[in-house]
Design a protein around this ligand. Structure first.
Ligand code: 5AD
Length: 353
């Protein structure tokens, strides 16, 4: 694996077969991969780990993604929407704690028209002009994305979920693989920094599928990459399946870092839910973002993508303190700045040739 890994480290690309061999070798001994992934992160972002405040503002969803606990068909879930003022309060609390970066996440909730979302984004930007706003609210049409961007949101997270179109259609009834990918392109065209990413350990997912996910990311070149293990939720059709593997998730994350050295990659809550040390392991395998929760406790317990979500009992202050401790324990530095992506510097001389 050494030669292949060195080439990935130096050239940031590998073909399908090399990626497959690398993953198999890393399953035996992942440490060299993790070390180089961490070194790559350090080269571009130093020791900073960017902290974003997550605001889960509605758990209504019109979709029925088979793995997801907030899917429309889950009748046992108590639904909520935060009011506009409550969302603003979350940002105020965040600002007092030092945050400069917010992620507004919800199910695909038709209640939020463009007009409502634009008003929320404008209000946040009016009160916190320097803060970065990321949205994670699913598929919308191009004109909607344009309006949200013009209102002041600059980042958008929309995982591609899986690059295998058969798996995609199996797990996302009435959704389209090509439309999902078109949404990512539309988001970029509208001006957003985009976040794509996938689930690890979906039932029926093969090693070849994971390699395709990595190649998909390499081709798309998103500014942000979210990779997390599938966690079986008992009130979904996939409730009886095994959770995804933490080890494989970490290997995917490390390879994503080496393929896309400039990307921002979160240590996801799902990783921490599988194992409490998961977050620091992810930070030492190439992740450089964390998203502690700013959602009021009464609401956040209902934002149940999966059960036993890590940190569910903590208030915003505790969540932040705990995450800062994990970052420091890993020998890294908590950073409450906007955490913008480093962009490639185009070499003007070579561009002329
Ligand atoms: N396990 C792990 N991740 C999940 N997500 C949704 N449901 C689950 C689950 N049961 C992820 C999806 C989505 C993101 C917001 O949460 O990948 O894009």
């Amino acid at each position: 694996m050494n030669k292949t890994l060195t080439r990935l480290f130096e050239q940031h690309q590998l073909n399908r077969q090399e990626l497959t061999d690398l993953i198999i070798a890393a399953l035996e001994n992942p440490q060299p991969l993790f070390r180089l992934a961490r070194e790559t992160t350090a080269r571009h972002y130093g020791d900073s780990v960017f902290i974003r405040g997550l605001i889960e503002f509605s758990n209504y969803c019109s979709r029925n993604c088979l793995y997801c606990g907030i899917q429309r068909a889950n009748r046992s879930l108590d639904r909520y929407r935060l009011t506009e003022d409550e969302i603003l309060d979350c940002c105020h609390q965040g600002a007092e704690l030092g945050y400069n970066s917010y992620v507004l996440q919800s199910g695909e909730d038709g209640y939020y028209t463009d007009e409502i979302l634009v008003r929320i984004i404008r209000r946040i930007k009016q009160q916190f002009p320097k803060a970065a706003i990321a949205l994670s609210i699913g598929e919308r049409d191009f004109s909607s994305y344009q309006q949200l961007y013009r209102a002041g949101a600059s980042r958008f997270l929309l995982r591609h979920e899986t690059a295998n179109q058969h798996l995609y259609h199996r797990f996302h009834p009435q959704m389209s693989f090509t439309e999902r990918q078109q949404c990512l392109l539309n988001l970029r065209k509208a001006g957003f920094n985009i976040g794509a990413g996938f689930l690890v350990g979906l039932p029926g997912q093969s090693l070849a599928d994971l390699v395709d996910d990595l190649l998909f990311l390499k081709q798309l070149q998103p500014e942000m990459v979210g990779i997390g293990p599938f966690i079986a939720h008992p009130e979904t059709p996939l409730g009886g399946y095994k959770n995804g593997s933490l080890e494989i998730t970490l290997i995917m994350l490390a390879i994503a870092r080496l393929l896309l050295p400039l990307s921002l990659i979160p240590a996801t809550t799902a990783v921490t839910t599988l194992k409490s040390a998961g977050r620091s392991q992810a930070l030492l395998a190439g992740a450089n973002v964390v998203m502690p929760n700013l959602t009021p406790t009464a609401a956040k317990v209902k934002y149940e993508l999966y059960k036993n979500k890590a940190g569910i009992a903590d208030d915003s202050q505790q969540a932040l303190n705990k995450i800062k401790d994990v970052i420091l324990q890993a020998g890294l530095i908590p950073d409450l700045g906007r955490g913008d992506p480093v962009k490639k510097i185009i070499n003007r001389e070579s561009a002329k040739c």
